[in-house]
Ligand binder design. Sequence first.
Ligand code: FNR
Length: 389
Amino acid sequence: MTPKFGYPATADDYREKARARLPGFLFDYLDGGATNEQTLRANEADWANIHLRQRVLVNVDQVDTTVTLAGQPCSMPVVLAPLGLAGMMAQRGEVQAVRAANAAGIPFTLSTVGICPVEEVQAATTEAAWFQLYMIRDRARVKALLEKAWSAGCRTLVFTVDLPLPGMRHRDFRNGLAGTGPRSKLLKIQQLLSRPGWLWNVAVRGGPLSFGNLSDALPDARNLDAVKDWIDTQFDPTVTWADIEWIRQHWQGKLLLKGILDVEDAHLAVQVGADGIVVSNHGGRQLDGVASGAGKLPDIVAAVGSQTEILVDGGVRSGTDVFRALALGAHGVMIGRPWAYALAGGGEAGLTRLLRRWQQELRLAMTLTGVTRIADIGTDQLDRPHKHE
Ligand code: FNR
């Protein structure tokens, strides 16, 4: 297809397309962060402050972006992060996204609170999808969920540890989606779900609206009040490091802990035998005021980088940002909003194009810094202020 004027090139371009297409409450849910959104802004801004070292006259004819993450070969060190409700961004949204990830040769992570069930998502890809777990009070249900993910074919579990309670997100409150926000707004959303229109077309006509992995817990996902109540009462804030052993007993595959933001916690994650960690502040959606992923990464790498696999997320918005994360010592990155913007703004084809551009951009960054293999990217590619000797 001949590119048209205004053809989307970046995550930001797709963000604007998503803004134009999605109902306001859904765009806000995707785009927003906790309270004043300072951490949300820092996530993006801090990558921009990592300066790279341009090198010339190196033979960069053969540049290889492939890598292995959680034992899985990937075309580049990028994983699609788990996003709740992502399936509402486009019809059977998670299925479209996993297909795009599959075509790009990278892993897709399905959220516990995704829309499409794990069997449907796994059936749409030739690679093992990753499954993300939120701990639920009813352990029998968690056990059943893990069994379902395993028999569907998932082999990597991403256990998210930074959400004992959902963060306070003012945009969601104003839209009636969170806390005790205006009920009239919630009713309006329910009306949108019950009659033809954008939301009905995408969320209902493409299959019943449900939280696919929790469908037996939530008989009618269109009752948004009930869904809110269920999440508020069933997510388990009593979980501690001791529970990791329980998870290990019920999950034979790789186990990554997502939401590590502190050196001490990184050490504990290694001690309990996690196969990897995701340095993350949940995309600035939990505690506003904590440091960015880029800010915390160097210390965590220095502490445990040689003992475990480290992914980082938050504000990664380009292939160059992926390179910056690797230069600071990460083995790979997760991306959240960018994939959902592309999915909402351009569907599966849009996400496929964005991922292709990111891979080109990563290759270009490697070429211009004079490295030809992912394993060779490190602090040597950083301009002095960020160098760790
Ligand atoms: C999330 N995130 C998230 N994390 C998780 O473990 N389970 C989940 O269900 C969700 N849901 C979710 C919904 C939405 C709309 C967003 C934006 C984020 C956090 C996500 O996995 C990831 O950590 C961040 O999105 C990374 O930051 P960026 O790339 O969005 O800046």
